[in-house]
Design a protein around this ligand. Structure first.
Ligand code: NAP
Ligand code: GLV
Length: 322
């Protein structure tokens, strides 16, 4: 039987075709910008499934607006902090995400940011573009080496492990990590050490954040944590902006408490143009493009569609989070 699916934004057509092929009615929010709250409330009315993006807050109000027939919410992302999971579970609504298929793409961005931040690409590109580049500079744009430096992975999950493998085998970096449990694969393959966050922050040269955003990880890295870091350390965040206290980050970068930061995520997104982070030459910021490759995005669309098709048939989701 045909069901109504609200799609919060155009996603790769491969996923939409899978849903349409089953005769379902797709109601897609048009255009590149997220639906406003009102548009979301109106759009989900009467739908059986929601295909949401990480920028769409899906909470009790949206579930009420959809109605009691809502069966499944498929997030087009691996992170699902935008969804009130407890509320969905309480109502028996299945929630799914798109793990694994974006791991390599996101790990590549973390490695790219590590190089870009450690070697001051931001300051160099700014100088090239604004006339600040006058000559070959024996004392200018001096960055940090990566070879043999220590890497701290905050959250040794899928992406954390992929970043650690790249930097351990590529740049000979010893690895420290945090996670709720020890990771035998990291311990044996990378000879990585499971440590407390404070030790990781004090001893690592590159610190790369990969924990999900939740009540335990919001502002995990704030002023007390910046005080533990080395003045030469480089902080990378490809997870979620809210995991780092952004005001404390601005202070740490502007006072050179740490050397540099490379961010694919921030708070809010997009960051207003007058935000102080934009003024800092030791901060490089990307527009949340971790999973932005054709391969990853097509696979995410396929996984989201599979989750919806399973949920509409009242079957367990192939990629569940509740
Ligand atoms: P994952 O496999 O679930 O890894 C998360 C890791 O964090 C797990 O190892 C987990 O430890 C650890 N963790 C959770 N809570 C923790 C805490 N309080 N303290 C220390 N460690 C904790 O997830 P993933 O696939 O690697 O993705 C990670 C995050 O990256 C996503 O949630 C998303 O927010 C973000 N992301 C961003 C982009 C982008 O475009 N920039 C793309 C993809 C993902 P245990 O294993 O011991 O539970
Ligand atoms: C992107 O940020 C994701 O969580 O997939």
């Amino acid at each position: 039987m045909s069901k109504k699916i609200f799609v919060c934004r155009p996603i790769p057509v491969v996923g939409l075709e899978m849903l349409a092929a089953q005769g379902h009615q797709l109601v897609a929010h048009p255009g590149p910008l997220p639906p406003t709250r009102d548009e979301l409330i109106k759009g989900v009315h009467g739908c059986d499934a929601i295909l949401s993006l990480l920028s769409d807050r899906i909470d009790a109000q949206i579930m009420d607006a959809a109605g009691p027939q809502l069966k499944v919410i498929a997030n087009f992302a691996v992170g699902f902090n935008n969804i009130d999971l407890a509320e969905a579970s309480r109502r028996g609504i299945r929630v799914g995400n798109t793990p694994d298929v974006l791991t390599d793409a996101t790990a590549d961005i973390a490695v790219g940011l590590s190089l870009a931040a450690a070697r001051l690409f931001g300051a160099g590109i700014a100088a090239v573009n604004n006339g600040g580049w006058k000559t070959w500079e024996p004392l200018g744009w001096i960055g940090q080496d990566l070879q043999g430096k220590s890497l701290g992975i905050v959250g040794m999950g899928r992406i954390g492990m992929a970043v650690a493998q790249r930097l351990h085998f590529g740049w000979n970096m010893p690895v420290l990590y945090t996670a709720r449990d020890r990771k035998p694969e990291a311990d044996s393959l990378l000879k990585a050490l499971h440590v407390e966050l404070d030790q990781l922050l004090a001893e690592s040269d590159i610190i790369s954040v990969h924990v999900p955003l939740n009540d335990q990880t919001r502002n995990l890295i704030g002023e007390p944590q910046f005080r533990l870091m080395k003045p030469t350390s480089v902080l990378i965040n490809t997870a979620r902006g809210e995991i780092i206290d952004q005001d404390a980050l601005v202070d740490a970068l502007s006072s050179r408490r740490i050397f540099a930061a490379g961010l694919d995520v921030c708070t809010p997104e997009p960051l207003p143009l007058d935000h102080p982070l934009h003024q800092l030459e030791n901060c490089i910021l990307l527009p949340h493009i971790g999973s932005a490759t054709t391969l990853a995005r097509n696979a995410m669309a396929t996984r989201a569609a599979k989750n919806i098709l399973a949920g509409l048939s009242e079957k367990p989701l192939p990629f569940p989070v509740n």
